[in-house]
Design a protein around this ligand. Structure first.
Ligand SMILES: Nc1ncnc2c1ncn2[C@@H]1O[C@H](COP(=O)(O)OP(=O)(O)O)[C@@H](O)[C@H]1O
Ligand SMILES: [Mg+2]
Length: 257
């Protein structure tokens, strides 16, 4: 059964794009058929997978300007629906589609994958709305710093709104600590605060600060392929196993109810 996961946070630079690519690559290595969707007009995910000169974006597909075969790109063993800066007009363009919130959900229901991973822009707007409406789960990548908590409250409010208006079954899989330095006292304090104030799951596994993760996009690769033995690869493998367990648990719990 298809699982769709959005990576979202109101703030930029929290590891959304890096986590989308690397978790996708781990799932691919497990033999899963994975589609990654770049919904950020900055197109970092698209570039990080070595794709440039995009003619047809995911937005062109959503509004019916392009067919799926014109947009879909096969790269690094993944299927990619790419973005480009042309998507900066998304607020105007998407809202012209009747019931635009459901546009991605409706299109995805026609596709055959094991996992769809959506990289959201660092903003709460139409693109994030269609992503969260189309998703079964959302992961919130976050730097474990005091200022990040402000971003967390905004995205949590938005998720609540999406659950009320367009996707009651959306589940927060957890907050994912990224660029973590375990030796900092602040890290455990922030984790404690998130747990106390938001009652939201935090992944047991975290992504540690590691230069290989930052280097990999320059080689148009996931860190999994660029540096298979490095800490980031190990971290992303562990997080992906945790994700799969949580999804399995969530689906079983759903059947019992
Ligand atoms: N584990 C990590 N260690 C070091 N740098 C990282 C790590 N993860 C991401 N980065 C770097 O941090 C920056 C922000 O990450 P990115 O995934 O682009 O965030 P976002 O998509 O949320 O804006 C990028 O330059 C990326 O290469
Ligand atoms: Mg990004």
């Amino acid at each position: 059964m298809l699982s769709t996961i959005a990576f979202s946070n109101h703030k930029g630079g929290t590891g959304k794009t890096t986590s989308t690519i690397n978790i996708a690559a781990v799932l691919r290595n497990k033999g899963k058929r994975v589609l990654v969707i770049d919904l950020d007009p900055q197109a970092n995910l698209t570039y990080s997978l070595g794709v440039t000169g995009v003619d047809a974006t995911v937005q062109d597909w959503l509004i019916g300007h392009s067919g799926l075969d014109e947009c879909l790109i096969q790269t690094e063993g993944l299927s990619l629906l790419p973005a480009s800066v042309s998507m900066v007009n998304s607020e105007d363009v998407l809202k012209k589609i009747p019931n635009y919130s459901f546009s991605l959900k409706n299109k995805l229901s026609q596709l055959d994958y094991d996992f769809v991973l959506i990289d959201c822009p660092p903003a709460i707007g139409s693109l994030t709305r269609i992503a969260l409406t189309a998703s079964d789960y959302v992961i919130i990548p976050m730097l474990l710093e005091i200022l990040s908590i402000q971003g967390l409250s905004q995205i949590m409010k938005f998720i609540k709104d999406i659950k009320i208006t367009s996707n009651p079954s959306l589940e927060i899989l957890g907050v994912l600590g990224v660029c973590v330095n375990e030796s900092r006292k602040l890290t455990s304090e922030v984790l404690g605060f998130i747990d106390f104030a938001y009652k939201v799951d935090v992944f047991n596994n975290r992504i540690h600060n590691n230069v290989k993760a930052a280097e990999a996009p320059s080689f148009a690769k996931s860190v999994i392929d660029y540096a298979p033995e490095c800490t980031s690869t190990k971290d992303y493998k562990a997080v992906t196993d945790e994700i799969l367990k949580k999804i399995e648990f969530s689906k079983t719990a759903y059947h019992i109810n």
